[in-house]
Design a protein around this ligand. Structure first.
Ligand SMILES: *Cc1c(COP(=O)(O)O)cnc(C)c1O
Length: 390
C-alpha cells in the first residue's frame, strides 16, 4: 500500500520524460502521431493504455488516473468532465432494458433524474429506499436486479448505508454496487475495502478543492474500468480537459492538510450549533447525536466540512434574514473548496423546483472551509441574534 504523500507527490510522474520539470506539463493536444503505419496499426486498439486521441487517453490525465486509483485503493480509475458524467457512464454501463436497479432515497439531485427519469426511458425499473436498514434494501432485490446505487452519507440529510452488509448480499446475487463517495473522499472512506465494486467522486468538491473546476472520477477493478472505457466513456465523451486535469492534480496535492483543517473547523462549528437554543438539531455523521453515529465511526474516518442543521424558526422570511446576515459564508451551492458556504433548503421550494420537497424548509446546509473557526462561530451567532430580533 502506497503511503498517501507518495501517491500525491510522486506516483505516476515520470519527470525524466518532461525535462525533469517538478510540476507535470499540460499536454494540450487533441491527438498523437506515429512514425509509421505499422506503429499506428499496433496502437489503434490500445487507447486504454496509450495516447492516441485525447478523448481516450492523455498523458496529463493519465497521471491523475494513477493517483486517484491508488488513493481509493483500486486497480484503475477514469477521470471525467463532471461527477455527473462519471455517474451516468458507470451506471449505464451496468444496466440494460429489462433490468431492475435499487437507488437510495435523496441522492444528489441529478442522480435522482438519472434513476427516475432517464433510466425509465430505456426500460430499466428502479426502486428507491432510504437505505438505513440494510434488510429493507435487501428485500427489494429481485431476479432482475443488476445494480445497487449508494450515497453514504448523502449530502443533504446525511443518512448512511452499512456498506459491508449491502456489499455482501449484492455479491451473493452478482449485483454490481456503485457508491458516490464524494462526501468522504478516499481519505475518510474506502468503499472497495468493504466490498463495493465502483466508487464515484465529484472531483469538483474536495478533490479539486478550490472551487475552480468541474470534474468526476470512476474507480474500480481494471476489468470494470475497461468495460466502462470501451463503451460508455468513449461514446458519451465526457472527458476532462488536460488543463482541468492539471488543476485537479494541483488541488489534490494538499487534500490531506485541507481535510484535516476543514474537519477540525467543522467539529468546532457543529458543537457550537448543537448547544445553541435556536437550533433544533444538527445532522453530521460524526456527532454522537447522529442516529447512525456508531456506523459512521465504523466505516468512516471523518466527516469533513459539510453538514445541515434545523432551525427552531420555521418562517421563511426569518430564515432568509439569518442567511442574508452571514458575512463569512457565501450563499452558494456546491462545497469542498477553501471557502465556507451556506445553502438554505428554502431555496428548493422556489417556483418550478420540485426536487427534494421532502427536505424541511428550516433545514440549512453549511459547508465549512479553511477560515478561522472562531470567526465563523461569531458570525453565525450574530446572524442568529439578528434573526431573533426581526
Ligand atoms: C456535486 C455532486 C455531484 C455531481 O458532481 P458534478 O461534478 O457537479 O457533476 C454528485 N454527487 C454529489 C454528492 C455531489 O455533491
Amino acid at each position: 500500500m502506497d503511503d498517501i504523500s507518495h501517491i500525491l507527490n510522486q506516483l505516476g510522474e515520470d519527470r525524466e520524460h518532461y525535462y525533469n520539470a517538478v510540476s507535470p506539463p499540460v499536454i494540450q493536444t487533441s491527438n498523437f502521431c506515429f512514425p509509421t503505419v505499422q506503429a499506428m496499426r499496433e496502437n489503434i486498439n490500445r487507447e486504454f493504455d496509450i495516447p492516441f486521441y485525447t478523448r481516450g487517453n492523455n498523458p496529463t490525465v493519465a497521471i491523475l488516473r494513477k493517483k486517484l486509483a491508488a488513493l481509493e485503493g483500486t486497480e484503475d480509475a477514469l477521470v471525467t468532465s463532471s461527477g455527473c458524467a462519471a455517474i451516468t457512464a458507470a451506471v449505464m454501463s451496468n444496466l440494460k432494458a429489462g433490468d431492475h436497479a435499487i437507488c437510495i432515497k435523496n441522492p444528489y439531485s441529478w442522480t435522482d433524474t438519472l434513476f427516475n427519469t432517464i433510466l425509465a426511458k430505456y426500460g430499466v425499473r428502479v426502486s428507491m429506499t432510504d437505505g438505513v436498514n440494510p434488510m429493507e434494501l435487501g428485500s427489494l432485490i429481485c431476479e432482475e436486479t443488476k445494480l445497487i446505487y449508494l450515497e453514504s452519507p448523502n449530502s443533504f440529510t446525511f443518512e448512511l448505508q452499512d456498506l459491508t452488509s449491502v456489499a455482501s448480499f449484492a455479491k451473493a446475487k452478482k449485483i454490481i454496487t456503485v457508491i458516490d463517495n464524494s462526501y468522504s473522499t478516499p481519505l475518510y472512506q474506502q468503499p472497495l475495502s468493504y466490498g463495493i465494486d465502483i466508487v464515484i467522486h465529484s472531483a469538483s468538491k474536495y478533490l479539486g478543492g478550490h472551487s475552480d473546476l468541474v470534474a468526476g472520477v470512476i474507480c474500480g477493478k481494471q476489468e470494470m474500468i475497461k468495460k466502462i472505457f470501451d463503451a460508455e466513456f468513449m461514446t458519451f465523451g465526457g472527458i476532462i480537459s488536460p488543463h482541468d486535469a492539471w488543476l485537479l492534480m494541483r488541488g489534490l496535492r494538499t487534500l490531506p492538510v485541507r481535510m484535516q483543517k476543514i474537519s477540525e473547523n467543522a467539529a468546532k462549528v457543529t458543537s457550537f450549533l448543537e448547544q445553541h437554543p435556536m437550533i433544533k438539531k444538527v445532522l453530521y455523521p460524526h456527532l454522537p447525536s447522529h442516529p447512525q453515529y456508531g456506523l459512521a465511526k465504523r466505516q468512516m474516518k471523518g466527516s469533513g466540512g459539510l453538514f445541515s442543521f434545523l432551525l427552531r424558526e420555521e418562517s421563511t422570511e426569518k430564515i432568509d434574514v439569518f442567511c442574508d446576515s452571514l458575512q463569512r459564508f457565501l450563499l452558494a451551492c456546491s462545497w469542498g473548496g477553501y471557502e465556507s458556504l451556506v445553502f438554505p433548503a428554502s431555496v428548493l421550494y422556489s417556483s418550478g423546483n420540485n426536487n427534494k420537497k421532502n427536505i424541511p424548509v428550516n433545514l440549512i446546509r453549511m459547508y465549512i472551509g479553511l477560515e478561522d473557526a472562531g470567526l465563523l462561530i461569531a458570525d453565525i451567532s450574530k446572524a442568529l441574534e439578528k434573526m431573533k430580533n426581526t
